[in-house]
Each structure stands twice: as C-alpha cells, then as structure tokens.
Design a protein around this ligand. Structure first.
Ligand code: GLU
Length: 470
C-alpha cells in the first residue's frame, strides 16, 4: 500500500467516452485503489469550440456507471482545484509570467503564414519542420515594434539547445530524446488560449498527481512536458503510455471516428461488470481467466502486466463477459435490467420469476422479446428440423400430452411420467417434441421452469395445434 500514489483521468469533453478512454480511466483508477492512493478527475476543456457541458456530464455519468469513483473532480473539490481547466486561467497566467520573467519563455510574433513558410522551407531542405527560432532573441525594441503593428504574440517555450531528456516510462521503459530535436513550442496561443501540453502538465503537478497513465498518442508530448515542469521547478509525475486500442480494421478507436462508446454499450444493455471484466484484460495480463467481481478489480490489476502491443477490440470477447455478467444477476437485478421489456401489467412476483427464468438465455434485454412471445404470445415459426421432430412424434403423442397435462398439470416431472406411460416414449424422444410444441424451439430455459410460466390455455392450444398439424 502506498497512500502517496495519486493518479488521475483527464478527459476532454469533446465527444462521448469510448472504450479506449474508458480503459485508460479504469487502469488509472485501479492503480490508485490498489495502492490505497487517490484518484482524481480533471476535465480538460480548454478547447472552447469543441468542448461542451453535455459531453462532460455524459462522460462523468459513464465513468460512474463503470464503477469509478473519484476523490476530487469537477463535482467536488479538495482544495487543489478547480478541476475544470476552463476555470484555472488565473493559475496559468501566473505561470506564464514566471516562465517569461525567468527567460524560459518568450513572446513569438510569427503569423500562421510565416510559420507555414518556415515549415515548408525546413521540409524542402530535408530537415524536421521545427520552429526556426525567429522570435527567440528579439530585443525589447524589436518586440515593441511588432506589438505596435498590432501583432498579438504567442508565448513560446525556450527548449535548451543541448542535452538529452530521459524518462522511465511506466509501460514502455526507458525513453530518451535529444532536446535539440524538439524545437521551441507554444504554451499560450496568440489569442490567449492555453495549449494542451501546458495546462495538462502543470495541472498534474499542481494537483499532486504522481503517476499518469495515458494513451500512446501522448508519448511525444512527454519530453516537452518534462522540460516545462523542470523550468517551473514543479514536481514531475511519472508517465506511462498505454498502447492504443484498435478497432477490427486496425484503426485507433477514437471519439471522432464514432467508435464504440460506453453510452452505446449501455443503451444496448451491456452490464458495467461485463465491460469492466473485458477492459481489465485488454492489454493487461494481470487478471485471472475466470470472472472477477468488480470489487476485486483493484487487487487484480498489475502495472507490470500492461502490454506494449496495441490491443484490438474484440466484440466476441466482450459478449463472453456479458453472458457471464447476465448469468450472475440476482433476480432483482435481472428485473431491473429487463424492466423496459417486461409487460407493464405483470405483477412484481411475475416479473421476478420470469426475469430469473429467462436471464440464462439472454445476452441483451431486447432478446427477451422472443421469450415473452413464447410465454404469452405467438410462437415463432418452426425450423424445418424442429417440424420433422413434431411430425415424427405424430398426433397421438400430442393428444396424449394434452390428456396428461389435463391430468397432472404443469409439473414437468409428473407430466413426463404420465406421458411415458401413455406413449412408451422417454428421454429426448419424449421431451424434445414436447418442448418444441410448447415453446417453438428446441433450446432455452429448463422446460420444468418454463411450463408453469405459460398460461394453461396457451399450453392446451399449442398441444392441440401440434396434434392437428402433425
Ligand atoms: N485530455 C487529454 C486527452 O483526452 C488527456 C491526456 C492525458 O491523459 O494526459 O487525450
């Protein structure tokens, strides 16, 4: 246990939470919980045009649904907030000033056009398209002259000319990069808006984050963020970069491409425990093969078992965990899960019994519709194979079944014995035609549980129908 561990998830509210981000959030959460540390939620909403409150609340709701809880976040501060970057401007302003005063940052008056031309010139010369340093050494007079032209400067970080930046990535091991390859980077845009790397790094540090887990797409930001924090003399967290989650075609899952979102999975009826069990094993080999209860996720999370290879989204695996999760629902939970599908006029007792009866045969609530027809409505059309089974049993068998049902009622054991006496059939030769005639299919919940749930009038009508048709 290391209560000093502080992790965080830092979503940008520019879209729905998708599986890839949910995995990053879950792993960060589990890392904190496994150590008895703290887990924070910070909303990175500096991109005003693309961020929205609606996305923020849907992401928070999806995280809570997944079972994540945060010790501080936009909904409750611990004194180190605010936890929305759009409310932290005054903090950022102080840090820009400090960096500029100490010579770590300088105003850059280059226009987008000038920057573009410089970039092209570098590329044409076969060099990396780094900022050429145009405004790096401007003296006070030159700056004043540009400001007098009405140019609004960006603030650029002065990257040291020499030296190597090294860090031990929590997932990928030692990383090292020459500072000279980085180029001076923008901290604050000309319109005053902060840049992602800046707020992201200083917030982690100011909020006391000790371990950052995030997607691989941020790996190239890390050296710049390390330089920045060193220049500010702020504590530096450890960073770990998770390989991206790819879809079936090998493309990264991303909110912009409309990949599988947690909201879509919820709407479909996936259970949080199923999604959790799936994510727990996605690029992480610390969990055992069998089902893990969500309360035990943290003790089954191992940082040193995070893989470096990209993980692929596999719908069949997700469905495997969904099946496991549905099977584990208590009858009360099953009723809740199926609620929208169950007829409104059913009593609480009927709901409880039937939800319990069906849950082993459902993957999603919508699958209940077929079984509800079996219980209360029309049977589905028979397959050719099932028709053959009924034809083989013949009318006399179903007439005998009708008489036996009349005699003993819905107790399948007693019905079987009675029918065996009357027809001489037993085992599958007895129960299979009976099941098909009563339910329209050859599989499904135990007949012993189904039969009492079908109204007697329907049972009689189905047996009579089978006797007539075959
Ligand atoms: N807001 C960033 C994102 O959503 C977070 C990056 C990070 O975790 O450091 O990609």
């Amino acid at each position: 246990m290391d209560p000093k561990i502080v992790t965080r998830f830092a979503p940008s509210p520019t879209g729905a939470l998708h599986l890839g981000n949910a995995r990053t959030a879950l792993f960060s959460f589990l890392m904190a919980r496994a150590a008895g540390g703290r887990f924070l939620l910070r909303v990175e909403d500096t991109n005003r045009d693309r961020s929205s409150d609606a996305f923020m609340s849907s992401q928070l709701s999806d995280l809570a649904w997944l079972g994540l809880s945060w010790d501080a976040g936009p909904d409750h501060d611990d004194g180190r907030g605010p936890y929305r970057q759009s409310e932290r401007e005054s903090i950022y302003d102080g840090l820009y000033q400090k960096l500029e005063l100490e010579g770590h940052a300088y105003p850059c008056f280059c226009t987008p056009l000038e920057l573009d031309l410089a970039r092209r010139a570098k590329l044409a010369a076969g060099q990396p398209p780094r900022y050429p340093g145009t405004c790096r050494e401007l003296d006070t007079a030159a700056r004043a002259a540009r400001a007098a032209e009405g140019r609004q400067p960006a603030l650029r970080f002065r990257v040291p000319d020499a030296g190597v930046i090294e860090f031990e990535d929590l997932v990928r091991g030692l990383q090292s990069i020459a500072a000279a390859t980085l180029g001076d980077f923008v901290l604050r845009r000309a319109d005053g808006g902060p840049m992602f790397f800046f707020c992201n790094a200083v917030d982690d540090s100011l909020m006391g984050v000790t371990q950052v887990l995030r997607g691989d797409d941020h790996l190239s930001n890390t050296p710049r963020q390390l330089l920045l924090l060193q220049a500010l003399e702020l504590p530096v967290p450890r960073y770990g970069h998770l390989p991206l989650l790819l879809d079936a075609s090998g493309a990264p899952l991303s909110k912009r491409r409309g990949s599988t979102t947690i909201g879509e999975l919820r709407a479909c009826g996936y259970l949080a425990a199923a999604v959790g069990n799936y994510l727990l094993r996605l690029g992480h080999t610390g969990a055992p093969d069998p089902w893990v209860e969500p309360v035990d996720f943290a003790q089954n999370f191992r940082l040193d078992r995070l893989g470096r290879a990209p993980a692929h989204f596999d719908a069949a695996q997700l469905d495997h965990w969904q099946r496991e999760a549905v099977r584990r629902l208590t009858p009360e939970q099953a009723v809740h899960w199926l609620d929208a599908e169950l007829p409104a006029d059913w009593s609480a007792q009927e709901r409880l019994e039937l939800a319990g009866l069906l849950q082993g045969n459902l993957l999603f609530p919508a699958d209940a519709a077929d079984w509800l027809s079996v219980l209360r409505g029309e049977l589905p059309p028979l397959t050719a194979e099932d028709s053959t089974v009924l034809a083989e049993a013949g009318p006399a068998f179903f007439e005998a079944a009708l008489a036996a049902y009349h005699e003993v009622g819905a107790d399948v054991g007693a019905l079987g014995r009675e029918l065996k006496q009357r027809t001489g059939r037993k085992g599958a030769a007895l129960f299979m035609p009976l099941r098909i005639a009563l339910t329209g299919r050859h599989d499904g919940p135990e007949l012993a549980a189904l039969l009492p749930a079908i109204p007697a009038s329907l049972v009689r009508a189905r047996l009579t129908g089978a006797a007539r048709a075959h």
